[in-house]
Design a protein around this ligand. Structure first.
Ligand SMILES: Cc1cc2nc3c(=O)[nH]c(=O)nc-3n(C[C@H](O)[C@H](O)[C@H](O)COP(=O)(O)O)c2cc1C
Ligand SMILES: [Fe+2]
Ligand SMILES: [Fe+2]
Length: 427
């Protein structure tokens, strides 16, 4: 079979299309990536070399301590003097570690990066010293290697501001950076040859791309119209067998199957709480009652004692407002509240409204601490939270209902007041 893989020696490039080579590195012993990801069988740093009639291009490099492997593979198919173009789809160090040395070895090569990568490139190459030139590119800009054309797609925030994709027009190969990537190390290299990597693919999406769903959708608008024969991401298998499935899957992953279940016509407001003696629970119920009065708002009430974090994170992603209730215990909010609040990094919270409430005995720090955390997560806090000393009175429960109603109203926009013309204004 053509394109059989031989990465057994660390010096072979793998030609996976006509004049297109994998010159990356295998990192089978890695178990944690970027602190937040586990990698059960390691990862790969995929780098590519494209040979055209008028020169050679390199797309992305590898993590620095894998440079030897990268350079050996590169040297097996090209001389440094042939390299005309170096494209960086993404400047994270796992793909730019070998860049300073590559630039030393191929000083004539021109660097192509996205506009947003400029300041990052400077910061990255600062320690390497010296002057360097680069060209910034945007969607539909292209660079020619004679009989090969590399066209750029601006796909920011997948998963850094700088990210872009590069499309090899004549062969229909998309060099997609981290998009469609996964941490899965298998020297058989192709999606139709490696082991079952579906878990890794979804896991990578969930932890790296999920906070940027909106940007994924924007990128898909550029990617979907392409003739896609192969997708070559920077981690994990090269997707040559039915590559479009992975594009479709990204669209599915970015569109919750039940999205709009609550939110098509209604706004979704979720109240989470925890309570030892039932005081904060009582507040939560009254707040929910108050919010439910408002037309166009669907209210859900959850006791964190009866839930697990992951499904709640999914709920939160679809919600428009989140209220957290916690008693103050030893000067703090309770752990399940912090656990949930610290699990929200995978969700875009910027457009969501937040609020806090809770019962306390003497110092009552919990509510302000939760609000501070919500602000830190860039949520809007339209109403200061409610604190109740020990058992809520009827009057305080009334305040809770008002609080719930106010939050719900700010979700749907205040009811339009009748326009009253003040004749003084016309003077
Ligand atoms: C172990 C423990 C520690 C507490 N620490 C604080 C505290 O540091 N500050 C405070 O204001 N209240 C403190 N409290 C009092 C509770 O916040 C208070 O009893 C509250 O009404 C409990 O609300 P709940 O019924 O919703 O659990 C503490 C209570 C317990 C049992
Ligand atoms: Fe990355
Ligand atoms: Fe990466």
């Amino acid at each position: 079979m053509k394109n059989d893989v031989d990465v057994s020696s660390h010096t072979n490039a793998v030609e996976f299309d006509d004049g297109v080579y994998w010159i990356g590195a295998l990192d089978p012993s890695l178990r944690t990536f970027d602190i937040i990801l586990t990698t059960a069988n390691g990862t790969t740093y995929n780098s590519f070399l494209i040979r055209g009639s008028e020169g050679v291009a390199i797309v992305d490099t590898v993590k620095e301590n894998f440079s030897d492997e990268f350079f050996a593979r590169l040297e097996s198919v090209a001389d440094y003097s042939e390299i005309k173009v170096i494209i960086l789809n993404h400047l994270e160090p796992d793909h730019t570690g070998a860049l300073p040395e590559l630039m030393r070895r191929a000083p004539q090569a021109k660097l192509y990066i996205s506009q947003r990568a400029t300041s990052m490139l400077k910061a990255l190459l600062k320690p390497a010293g010296g002057q360097f030139e680069y060209t910034t590119v945007k969607t539909d800009d292209s660079v020619s290697l004679g009989d090969r054309t590399l066209r750029f797609l601006h796909t920011p925030f997948l998963h850094w501001p700088d990210t872009q994709c590069t499309y090899l027009e004549e062969l229909g190969v998309l060099f997609s950076g981290d998009i469609f990537g996964c941490h899965y190390c298998d020297k058989r290299l192709y999606n139709d040859r490696v082991g079952d990597f579906r878990f890794s693919f979804d896991y990578y999406y969930a932890h790296i791309m999920r906070p940027f769903k909106k940007h994924v959708m924007d990128a898909l608008k550029l990617i979907e119209p392409l003739t896609l024969k192969k997708i070559a991401p920077t981690h994990g298998p090269i997707l040559r067998e039915r590559p479009r499935r992975y594009v479709t899957h990204y669209r599915e992953l970015s569109t919750s199957s039940l999205s709009g279940e609550v939110g098509v016509t209604d706004k979704s407001l979720i109240v989470f709480y925890m309570s030892s003696y039932g005081n904060t629970a009582k507040m939560a119920e009254e707040i929910s009652e108050g919010a439910s009065i408002v037309d166009g708002v669907r209210v859900s009430l959850y006791d964190l004692e009866g839930g697990e974090t992951d499904p709640f994170v999914d709920l939160i992603e679809e919600a428009d407002a989140l209220l957290f209730g916690s008693p103050t215990i030893n000067g703090d909010a309770v752990k399940p509240v912090w656990d949930l609040l610290s699990s929200l990094a995978v969700v875009n919270l910027k457009t969501k409204i937040g609020g806090a409430f809770g019962s306390y005995g003497w110092s009552g720090e919990a509510v302000r601490m939760i609000e501070d955390r919500m602000r830190g997560l860039k949520m809007k806090i339209p109403h200061e939270g409610i604190r109740v000393k020990l058992i809520p009175t009827d009057e305080e429960l009334e305040q809770c209902r008002d609080f719930g109603r106010s939050i719900a109203e700010s979700l749907v926009g205040k009811p339009q007041k009748k326009a009253v013309i003040d004749f003084a204004d016309l003077a």
